[in-house]
Every structure is written in C-alpha cells, then in structure tokens.
Design a protein around this ligand. Structure first.
Ligand code: UDP
Length: 311
C-alpha cells in the first residue's frame, strides 16, 4: 500500500515508519518538526520507498494514497500545553484535512486517539464503552477534547460518507526515540536516574498508569490498520499492568543502579488518578496482547537514553 503517515518524525511515527517499510509498504512521512526529530528517521533516509515532507497538517495536503495514519500531535502534557491553541487546531483541523484526503482518494484512515478521552476516569479498567470524565475547559482539554472531536469526525465521516475510518485509543507508551526533554514520566525518571539527579514525583506518587513498550504498541496499530473488515468502534491498545509512579521510580532507580533520591513536587492540574486499559477487544479481534514486561522495556529504554544522552 501507499501510505501517508502524519507525525512520522515523532516517537510513535518513527517506529511506525519502520514497521510499514518492513512490511513492504511505501510511506510518505509528514511532520512539521515542532516536536518530531528528523534523526528518528535517519534509518529510512536512503530507502526509495520512503519520502519525507515537512508539512503542518493544519493545512490541507493532497497526494494519491491507499491508507492514512494520522499521528501528528504532541502527546506529552508539557508540549501540548505549551501552545494549546495549536494543539487543538492540529487535532481538529488536522483530522478534517486527512478525512478530506481519505474522501478524495478512497483511502482507509486510522486515527491515533488516546486514553485521555477517558479524562480522570471513574471506571477502571477503562472499556471502550466508557464515555469518560473530561474537564472541557481545563489545561488538558486542548488535547483531550481535540482527540474526542477527532474521533467524532472519524465516525461521522464513516456514517455520512461511508469512509473506512478506524480509531485506536493509545494508553501510555514508552521506548527508544522519546526525546530527552519529552517531559513524560518514563523519560523524565530515566534521564534523572542516569544523571543521579532527584526523581521528580508529582503529588504523592500513588496515581497509576499502565505502560506499554513501543514495539507492542506498534504491532497493535498495524493489526488494527490491516484488519480485513471495517471497524465501527474504537479499540483500546496498551498494557493493562498498572503501576504507581512510586513503583515506576523504584524500578528505574534499580535498573540504572542510580543514586537518585525522590523529590516530591506539586501534582499538575487535572492529573488523572488512575489509568488502565481493558484490552478485551484487542485480544479478541486482533489476537494481540503486549509481550514486553515493564522491567525489560525499561532496561531497553535506559540503554537507549544512556547511549544518546546530551547528543
Ligand atoms: N509524573 C511524575 N513526574 C514526572 C512526570 C510525570 O510524577 O517527572 C506523573 C504525572 O503527574 C502523571 C504520571 O506521572 O501522574 C504520568 O504523566 P505523563 O506526563 O507521563 O503522562 P499522562 O499519563 O499524565 O498523560
């Protein structure tokens, strides 16, 4: 297939580029390089099946394609909150531009949605049928509501124009190619531990997240995209093993043999207290489940950061 991948130079985008090329597809990678890094795509630079285009998906884009994967948007709270208007525009205008392209070309489209559509959930684990608990005017809403609106548009275009749109709700993911200043918890803790600097725990550290290693996640995205029949509901993907931030810190300190101490800081506004995916649908439909345990994934990611720190 000839596939357009937006956000190709980002953390997930770069891993997806590799997965698509390895499976024999040709890839047009779009990125505005606002948070993406061309270094992540170095491996594909001499591949004749790969083309990179610097483009902001808030503007329309046309090229004949069979498939579209829409992954352009900063996903770290630190980055998406630094220019919230741009974040919601990227989500809202971006998906409209990609849906127009899908309508023009007949391409299948997969939208990268997020566990953030569940907000600060009052149900756990979160099933796809749960409507969520989102503050519509808070500092996270540029991302949460942007992604929710993008889901709405995908399902409206499906119902109204018969497009083949698919939605993955992606839970916390980590691995190589995250940037050192990403600001999310796994990269922060590993970088701090490697530098023997204090590990910054926001709040009491008892809030939970479920961390999926990137290779598992990319497998699930690919299976969703290649699923032979149209899908009329979103699919959660993530690792259902749930950890507190204190447990994560302990694991990271142990693996890197660090002298770091814990430093408690204020909990950011609207920070969800828990997050854990119900992945029954992904298991049943895609025959997928994560394989990489936290320890193994953190070891690989620590190795990556220790090779790349300050480069
Ligand atoms: N967090 C933390 N220390 C950090 C960065 C994040 O304790 O240096 C916490 C954050 O408050 C949240 C959790 O870790 O409760 C996950 O945050 P992250 O930004 O990785 O992603 P989120 O799941 O909130 O989108």
């Amino acid at each position: 297939m000839r596939i357009l991948l937006t956000g190709a130079a980002g953390f997930l985008g770069s891993h997806l580029t590799r997965k698509l090329l390895d499976n024999g597809h040709s890839v047009i990678g779009l990125d505005d390089l606002s948070t993406g890094n061309l270094g992540n795509l170095e491996f594909a630079s001499s591949n004749s099946d790969f083309t990179f285009v610097e483009h902001d998906i808030r503007e329309p884009f046309f090229t004949p394609v069979d498939g579209i994967l829409n992954f352009a948007c900063p996903a770290s709270p630190k980055h998406y909150q630094s220019d919230p208007v741009r974040t919601i525009e990227t989500n809202f205008l971006g998906i409209i531009n990609m849906l127009h392209l899908a309508k023009q070309t007949g391409a299948r489209l997969l939208q990268a949605s997020t566990s953030e559509v569940y907000g600060d959930p009052i149900e756990s684990p979160q099933r796809e049928s749960y409507w969520g608990n989102v503050n519509p005017i808070g500092i996270r809403s540029c991302y949460d509501e942007g992604k929710r609106a993008a889901e709405t548009l995908c399902f409206d275009y499906k119902r109204q124009y018969g497009l083949d749109t698919r939605v993955n709700r992606i839970f916390n993911t980590y691995g190589p190619n995250m940037s050192q200043d990403d600001g999310r918890v796994v990269s922060n803790f590993i970088v701090q531990a490697l530098q023997n600097k204090p590990i910054t725990i926001y709040g009491d550290g008892l809030q939970t997240r479920s961390f999926c290693y990137v290779s598992d996640l990319v497998d699930a995205i690919y299976l969703t995209f290649m699923y032979p029949n149209p899908l009329s509901y979103p699919i959660n993907i993530g690792n259902p093993r749930e950890f507190t931030m204190l447990q994560l810190a302990e694991e990271v300190i142990g693996i890197s043999n660090s002298k770091s101490i814990l430093k408690f800081e204020d909990l950011p506004e609207d920070d969800p207290k828990q997050r854990c995916p119900d992945i029954s649908q992904a298991r049943e439909l895609l025959g997928w489940e994560p394989k990489v345990f936290l320890r193994e994934g953190i070891e690989k990611t620590t190795q990556y950061f220790s090779n790349n720190l300050n480069r």
